[in-house]
Design a protein around this ligand. Structure first.
Ligand code: HEM
Length: 150
């Protein structure tokens, strides 16, 4: 029980970190930015990646080891939806990650004072979609943890 509580604490802490990273990225991305903003975006995205790894690891540990048993979760359709939605968020996050890396590489040499970003609106929409899906996942988690299924 203590294992579940502590592991879920770390799970939730790094879910909060993911939310913070996505909101910070959203606030930093504009049509025009400086090179230091691009470097900052890239660092935040790295932290996001690390937090996602910790959320997956602690989630898997709850599923396989600390939680209510492997079958309890595997047979719950809300858990399957929760897991699948997180994979969708992971796939969506590839787009900003690839763009941040491209922006950084493209402007590394000259580092101009003002950089016009390509696809900034699209990347903002993708991040907002990630946030929307992420906001829905805790509801599924609470329902499935309390024995509710479809
Ligand atoms: C690979 C991804 C994930 C896996 C395998 C996973 C798995 C789990 C498991 C097995 C539990 C234990 C539930 C219990 O107490 O019986 C849990 C708790 C929880 N998870 Fe996840 N999770 C994942 C990702 C996420 C994400 C992305 C979020 C939120 C955006 C999230 C939110 C929560 C919350 C809020 C709880 C606490 C539920 C409670 O005990 O009331 N999880 N997770």
């Amino acid at each position: 029980m203590t294992g579940l509580a502590l592991n879920t604490y770390v799970h939730i802490l790094f879910i909060i970190v993911i939310f913070c990273c996505l909101i910070a990225e959203l606030m930093l991305i504009n049509d025009q930015v400086s090179f230091s903003t691009i470097k900052r975006l890239s660092k935040i995205d790295g932290l996001y990646g690390l937090a996602a790894i910790i959320v997956v690891t602690t989630g898997l540990l709850n599923w396989m080891k600390f939680g209510k048993g492997y079958d309890y979760y595997s047979n719950n359709s809300l858990f399957i939806i929760k897991f699948s939605l997180f994979i969708v968020v992971g796939l969506l996050s590839l787009y900003p990650t690839i763009l941040f890396a491209k922006w950084k590489k493209r402007h590394k040499e000259k580092q101009p004072e003002v950089i016009r970003l390509s696809h900034s609106n699209k990347v903002r929409k993708v991040i907002m979609l990630e946030l929307g899906i992420m906001a829905f996942i805790p509801l599924l988690a609470e329902l499935m943890a309390n024995g509710i299924d479809l």
